[in-house]
Design a protein around this ligand. Structure first.
Ligand code: SAH
Length: 211
């Protein structure tokens, strides 16, 4: 990432409302070019989503920034991400949290993400190949949960795996075109829901895929 690339990225993030210093610093440290295929390398620092393997997409940097900021990750947190893709968001979370578990239903993507994280020397990420809509009961509860695929409703198993006082950020909606980013916070007596902004994500799909 050249200084010009970093500058362009930071300008885009700030102009979209990413102001949290820790989030900006984490994003400065993660070279997005590693997570896009060579075909799109020249666009790695544009504020756009790009195609990745298995017909999926790497998220738009400003959306990654806004979701991460909304999640409010603390240094001691144990975080679950559902929908690793090639692992860009997980790498950023790994700079902010104690431990990151990330689940991807496409085996090929899970393998690519694992390799990317190894290249970056990020040892606090556990990559899991599987259906993340069920969460990860054996590692629950989580302080933070980030879902990077759109669900019709916040998945029940994920709500159940949130620690009291913890929060989850998830794109919610039935449309393929626009969904609403929702922040769910677990309080002593139940869940509080806050609508944040319109987003567009690939759908959360149950089951696993080899490719
Ligand atoms: N977090 C990624 C975004 C990847 S796109 C990034 O940083 O760029 C969303 C990903 O969610 C896709 O790779 C898709 O395969 C995955 N996905 C969809 N449903 C899933 C499920 N039930 N469990 C795990 N991964 C899922």
């Amino acid at each position: 990432m050249t200084p010009e690339d970093t500058m362009r990225l930071l300008v885009a993030l700030r102009s979209r409302g990413v102001t949290d210093t820790r989030v900006l610093e984490a994003m400065e440290q993660v070279d997005r070019a590693l997570f896009v295929s060579d075909t799109f390398a020249d666009q790695a620092f544009e504020d756009v989503p790009l195609p990745i393997q298995s017909g999926q997409t790497i998220s738009q940097p400003s959306v990654v920034g806004l979701m991460t900021q909304a999640l409010g990750v603390q240094p001691r947190d144990k975080v679950l991400e559902v929908g690793t893709g090639t692992g860009y968001q997980a790498a950023i979370l790994a700079h902010l949290a104690r431990r990151v578990y990330t689940v991807e239903r496409h085996r090929t993507l899970a393998r690519i993400a694992r390799e990317n994280h190894a290249v970056l020397g990020l040892t606090n990420i556990t990559q899991i190949s599987g259906d993340g809509s069920r969460g990860l009961p054996e590692q629950a509860p989580f302080d933070r949960i980030l879902v990077t695929a759109a669900a019709e409703d916040p998945p029940g198993p994920l709500l159940a795996q949130l620690r009291e006082g913890g929060s989850m950020v998830v794109p919610v909606g039935v449309s393929d075109h626009v969904q609403t980013l929702v922040k769910v916070t677990r309080g002593p007596d139940g869940y509080d829901y806050e609508e944040l902004l319109p987003v567009r994500f690939v759908p959360l799909v149950e089951g696993v895929e080899p490719g």
